[in-house]
Design a protein around this ligand. Structure first.
Ligand SMILES: Cc1ncc(C[n+]2csc(CCOP(=O)(O)OP(=O)(O)O)c2C)c(N)n1
Length: 399
C-alpha cells in the first residue's frame, strides 16, 4: 500500500484480511468513507452504537461470542469510554481494535477538539493501551501489529487516525452541495433482524401501580430456575453477587465494574451468536445509565435477546438511594423502543411464566420485575475477572 490516502474500501478490506468480523462505534467525519464501506452489504455489518462506551461493551460481548471486534470512535469518545475501557476491556482482558480518529491533531481544529487532541496519546498511555498512528503507506503492517498485539496481550489496542489518512467520504461532497442520497440501511440477510414487531403485554403491564412482593434475590432464584444453559450477562452490584450465591453457573458473566454495560455486552453476544439465546439480568440504575442501548435493541431486533430487569426503584447496592424508575415505567420505554414483547411482573409465578414465554418465542423480550428493596447478605464474587471471562467464553463458544 503506497498511496498517501486510504479509501474506506481499502481499509475495510485490510480489516477483513486481518480477521476483524464485528464492527461497531460512533461515527467521526474523519472516517466517513470507512463507515460507508462498512455499511455496505457485508457479512459483518456495521452496528451503529449510541455511545462509545456502549460500543466497547458490544465489542466485549462479541469477543465472548467468538468474534474479533473493531470499535470506531472519535478521540472525544475516549473520554466517554474511560470507565468501560478501564473496568471492562482492560480489567477482564478483552481484545479489540480501537480505531480512534485524532481530531485536534497538531493543534489545528475547531476549539472543542484542541485539548482532547493534545492529550489523546497521553490518555491512551495512562490507560496503558498500546497505540500507533495510522498512515496510508504502512496501513498493512500497522494492522498486522494491532491484530497480533491485541491477541497476545488479550487487551484493546488503538490505531490513531489523523486527518487526511482516510479519504474524505464521497457522500459528504454530495451532502454539502445539497445532493445527499439517503443511505440504505444495511439489513443484508442478518437472521437476527425483526422489524416493527407488535409488542405483547402482560396484564400487569397495563396496571399503573405495581406493588413488589418478593425480593431481588427471590426473583433471581425464580428466573434462574426457568433457564436452561443460556448465558446470562449480569449487571454489577448485588445482582451479580446474589445470582452467584444462588447458582454459580459457568455461563454467568459477572460484570463487577463498568456499571450500565450489561445490556451492551449482552447485545454484542446476541449479535455475535444469532442462533443462541442470550439473557441479561439488569438493574434499574444500570439500565438507566445506558438507556440508549434500549433503542439499539429495538432497532436491531435480535430475536435471541432476553432482557430481565430487577427493578427495586433504588440504587440498592450503594445503600438504597432513589432511582428515577419509581416514576418511569421501564417496560413502557422498552416497548416504545421496539422490543417485541415487554412484560411487567411482580409475583414468583408471573416471573416464571414471563421467562418461559421469553424462552419459547422470538424476541427481543423485556421483562420488568418489580422487586422489594430487601437486601440479602451475600459475599463478593469469588472468581477473578480472567476466570469469569474464560469459563464463560468456553461455555458459550467452546474456546
Ligand atoms: C460508573 C459507576 N457509578 C457508580 C457506581 C456505584 N454503584 C455500584 S452498583 C450501583 C447501583 C446499581 O443500581 P441498580 O442497577 O439499580 O441495581 P441494584 O443495586 O439496585 O440492584 C452503583 C451506583 C459504579 N460502580 N460505577
Amino acid at each position: 500500500m503506497s498511496a498517501a490516502v486510504l479509501s474506506g474500501r481499502e481499509l475495510a478490506a485490510l480489516l477483513d484480511r486481518h480477521g476483524f468480523d464485528f464492527f461497531t462505534g460512533v461515527p467521526c467525519s474523519l472516517v466517513e468513507d470507512l463507515i460507508t464501506a462498512l455499511e455496505g452489504d457485508r457479512p459483518a455489518p456495521w452496528i451503529p452504537a449510541v455511545r462509545e462506551d456502549v460500543a466497547v461493551g458490544l465489542a466485549a460481548g462479541a469477543w465472548l461470542g467468538g468474534r474479533r471486534p473493531a470499535v470506531i470512535m472519535q478521540n472525544s469518545g475516549l473520554g466517554t469510554s474511560l470507565n468501560a475501557l478501564a473496568s471492562l476491556s482492560l480489567m477482564y482482558g478483552f481484545p479489540a481494535l480501537l480505531i480512534v480518529t485524532w481530531r485536534g491533531f497538531g493543534g489545528r481544529d475547531a476549539p472543542e477538539h484542541i485539548l482532547t487532541g493534545e492529550i489523546t496519546p497521553n490518555l491512551l498511555d495512562l490507560l496503558r493501551i498500546p497505540h500507533r498512528t495510522l498512515t496510508a503507506a504502512h496501513a498493512a503492517e500497522l494492522l498486522t501489529w494491532a491484530a497480533s498485539e491485541m491477541d497476545a496481550r488479550k487487551s484493546p489496542v488503538a490505531l490513531l487516525v489523523p486527518p487526511g489518512v482516510v479519504a474524505a467520504g464521497a457522500e459528504r461532497a454530495g451532502a454539502e452541495s445539497g445532493a445527499a442520497e439517503e443511505r440504505s440501511t444495511p439489513t443484508g440477510s442478518d437472521p437476527t433482524r425483526v422489524r416493527r414487531a407488535p409488542a405483547a403485554t402482560t396484564p400487569a403491564a397495563e396496571r399503573e401501580e405495581l406493588t413488589p412482593v418478593i425480593s431481588r434475590a427471590e426473583a433471581i432464584a425464580v428466573a434462574v430456575k426457568e433457564l436452561g444453559d443460556e448465558p446470562v450477562i449480569h449487571a454489577n452490584g448485588y445482582i451479580c453477587r446474589e445470582s452467584c450465591a444462588i447458582d454459580d453457573r459457568p455461563q454467568n458473566f459477572y460484570m463487577i465494574g463498568s456499571m450500565g454495560m450489561a445490556s451492551a455486552i449482552g447485545l454484542g453476544l446476541a449479535l455475535a451468536r444469532p442462533r443462541a439465546a442470550c439473557v441479561v439480568f439488569d438493574g434499574d440504575g444500570n439500565l438507566l445509565m445506558s438507556l440508549g442501548t434500549l433503542a439499539m435493541v429495538g432497532s436491531l431486533g435480535p430475536r435471541n435477546f432476553v432482557h430481565i430487569v430487577f427493578d427495586n426503584e433504588v440504587y440498592g447496592s450503594t445503600g438504597g438511594q432513589r432511582s428515577p424508575s419509581r416514576e418511569v415505567r421501564l417496560d413502557r420505554l422498552a416497548r416504545s423502543a421496539g422490543y417485541r414483547t415487554a412484560a411487567a411482573v411482580t409475583t414468583a409465578s408471573e416471573i416464571a411464566a414471563a421467562v418461559r414465554t421469553a424462552r419459547a418465542a422470538e424476541g427481543p423480550h423485556f421483562v420488568l420485575v418489580k422487586v422489594t428493596r430487601a437486601e440479602t447478605p451475600v459475599p463478593r464474587i469469588p472468581h477473578g475477572p480472567e476466570v469469569i471471562r474464560d469459563r464463560f467464553r468456553r461455555s458459550v463458544s467452546g474456546r
